[in-house]
Design a protein around this ligand. Structure first.
Ligand code: NAD
Length: 478
């Protein structure tokens, strides 16, 4: 389906479709052009739904075993091409190659898991009120699903939605982020190679997401929208879904608190923050955004943490030993810098030099701030960059109250060696995901998702499959 290696047409109905205009994809580490994808209009957006709608009638009737077999084949093709796709992912998104490979494996684990789970879409029988009645509960695929994904995990955000959708018997129209669309087309190329039938998976890209996605939001044939991205766009889509009462799943922004209790293993806590904070240069929705350290261990924690941060190498993700790649664009760099300036102006102490190197890439060195207070921007707005703000607390209750004092509720972290504290914190934090002594909690079999304004619904595990299934009951007189 590809023309040149990384110049793609739209992928609709197993065909490559050209548009008049292309979007050039830039490497954030070098500013070089990596490839190009089509700039679709409303016309192509509708074509994609036509294809998915027509494919739904046969795909939804396949057996779970047939769908499982195709998902397994797709998994195998991706596994074979992991290194090739990971290199493209690093070039278009910036993350270090080892992280890109890690993302590919994580992304692919959803195909494997849902290939198996497709076979466990069970119904129920419910005792009726009279002897001549039977009540049967069945699960059926919701229909055509619109999948809209962000740039920070160009592979995983797609498979986390598409694997359960296909396992359930749904067909999909996918709109990946315009900054990192190449990985999405490569995943579709793998699906093509695996023999996923025409119209089951369709990919379109555009420079005008609002305008193009409106076609999907207004089309009654699209029964569900599953979105990962910023909270404002998620709210907009939720409003637009109301007119045709589509099902909605949202994975939105976070502002994760990372609490380090007085009895924490400091070395483990330092490793946990490094892993959570600086993975993907801090551009993850579950990344530690606010670090709360018990005042009694602040000095010890800070000196170990700064020593660890000094060991992180910033550079092109394709280079050896790089642990922090570039940020995605100029806006991202400016946002982090604004948060640093605001914090320093309000009294925060800057421990690491925050030099920005943007002459040949959107690079930013990791920054550590202490003496941080909750009125600073970095404690109120998602940072999405390599800035680690550290604040102290006195009591567990104070830590939880401050951690919960936000409209967000995606991920939270607690480091403690006390079982009692582990339970107490995890039960009182208003977050969909709590990592206890664990800075990397995401896996295919667990229900990833947020409370409050961080989202609706869950991705992963058997909960993730329910999002793509309608429940029908049949009351039968016999
Ligand atoms: P974004 O909301 O700008 O874009 C996400 C997607 O929505 C892109 O494909 C974009 O083209 C599309 N989009 C933009 N405007 C649209 C509109 N008006 N109508 C329809 N679609 C539109 O977000 P982003 O900057 O790409 O991603 C960063 C955000 O994503 C962060 O807030 C981050 O926390 C969040 N995120 C959340 C999760 C999660 O699982 N909760 C995972 C990754 C990222």
């Amino acid at each position: 389906m590809t023309k040149n290696t990384l110049d793609f047409g739209l992928y609709i109905n197993r065909e490559s479709i050209d548009t008049a205009d292309q979007i050039l994809v830039q490497n954030p580490a070098t500013f070089e052009t990596v490839g190009s994808v089509p700039n679709a209009t409303q016309k192509e957006a509708k074509l994609a739904v036509d294809a998915a709608y027509s494919a739904f009638s046969s795909w939804s009737k396949t057996t779970a075993y047939e769908r499982a077999e195709l998902l397994e084949k797709w998994f195998a093709v991706i596994e074979k091409r992991t290194d090739e796709i990971a290199a493209v992912l690093t070039k278009e998104q910036g993350k270090p190659l080892s992280e890109a490979k890690g993302e590919m494996n994580y992304a692919n684990s959803f195909l494997k898991w849902y290939a198996e789970e497709a076979k466990r879409i069970y119904g129920e029988t419910i005792p009726a009120l009279s002897g001549n009645k039977r009540i049967l509960v069945q699960k059926q695929p919701v229909g055509v699903v619109a999948v809209i994904t962000p740039w920070n995990f160009p592979a995983a955000m797609i498979t986390r939605k598409v694997a359960p959708a296909l396992a359930a018997g749904c067909t999909v129209v996918i709109k990946p982020a315009e900054l990192t669309p190449l990985t999405a087309y490569l995943l579709a190329d793998c699906a093509h190679e695996a023999g996923i039938p025409a119209g089951v998976i369709n990919v379109v890209t555009t420079k005008n997401p609002g305008e193009m996605v409106d076609v999907w939001m207004e089309d009654p044939r699209v029964k569900k929208v599953t979105f990962t991205g910023s909270t404002p766009v998620g709210k907009l889509l939720m409003r637009k879904a109301a007119d045709t009462v589509k099902k909605v799943s949202l994975e939105l922004g976070g502002l994760a608190p990372f609490i380090i209790a007085e009895d924490a293993d400091i070395e483990e806590a330092v490793n946990g923050v490094i892993q959570s904070k600086f993975r993907n240069a801090g551009q993850t929705c579950i990344c530690a955004n606010r670090i709360y350290v018990h005042e009694s261990i602040k000095d010890e924690f800070l000196s170990s943490f700064i020593a660890a941060v000094k060991g992180l190498k910033v550079g092109n993700g394709l280079d050896e030993n790089v642990s922090i790649g570039p940020l995605i664009d100029e806006r991202a760099v400016a946002k982090v810098q604004k948060q640093i300036d605001d914090a320093v102006a309000k009294g925060a102490v800057l421990h690491e030099d925050s030099t920005i190197h943007t002459d040949k890439g959107y690079f930013m060195k990791p920054v550590v701030l202490s003496n941080v207070t909750d009125d600073m921007q970095c404690m109120q707005e998602e940072t999405f960059g390599p800035l680690a703000p550290i604040s102290t607390y006195r009591t567990d209750l104070e830590a939880v109250e401050r951690a919960n004092a936000t409209p967000f509720g995606l991920a939270a972290y607690v480091y403690t060696q006390s079982l009692k504290k582990a339970f107490w914190f995890s039960e009182n934090l208003e977050y969909g995901i709590v990592g206890v002594n664990d800075g990397a909690p995401s896996v295919a079999q667990a229900p990833f998702g947020g409370m409050k304004e961080s989202g609706l619904g869950r991705e992963g595990g058997h909960y993730g499959l329910d999002e793509f299934l309608e429940i029908k009951y049949v009351s039968m007189k016999v």
